[in-house]
Design a protein around this ligand. Structure first.
Ligand SMILES: [Zn+2]
Length: 94
């Protein structure tokens, strides 16, 4: 069992981490879907974008973005195309 000091430090780091992400979402980025060609605009924190570009996994760098919007940054696939290409219902593939 961790000491109370350690548990307190872990809680402080977790709280700080929550505050750190998405606080300053003033950078507008516009990406074009490589499937349908539609342009999609996102507002992100430039520090989070820099962290992602430096190797931080996007789910850790921008936890405030929905998964389908994070996919836009990963594979340039818009949420509409992502829903068609990767349906959450496994029976949709048959
Ligand atoms: Zn698309």
């Amino acid at each position: 069992m961790p000491s109370p000091q350690r548990a307190d430090a872990v809680a402080r780091v977790a709280a700080k981490r929550q505050v750190l992400h998405g606080n300053n979402r003033n950078q507008l980025i516009v990406l074009r879907c490589r499937v349908c060609g539609k342009w999609v605009a996102l507002r992100v924190d430039p520090d989070d974008l820099a962290a992602h570009n430096n190797g931080v996994f996007i789910q850790n760098a921008m936890p405030y973005l929905a998964p389908e919007l994070r996919e836009l940054l990963i594979s340039s696939t818009c949420p509409d195309c992502w829903a068609v290409l990767c349906p959450s219902d496994p029976l949709a593939y048959s």
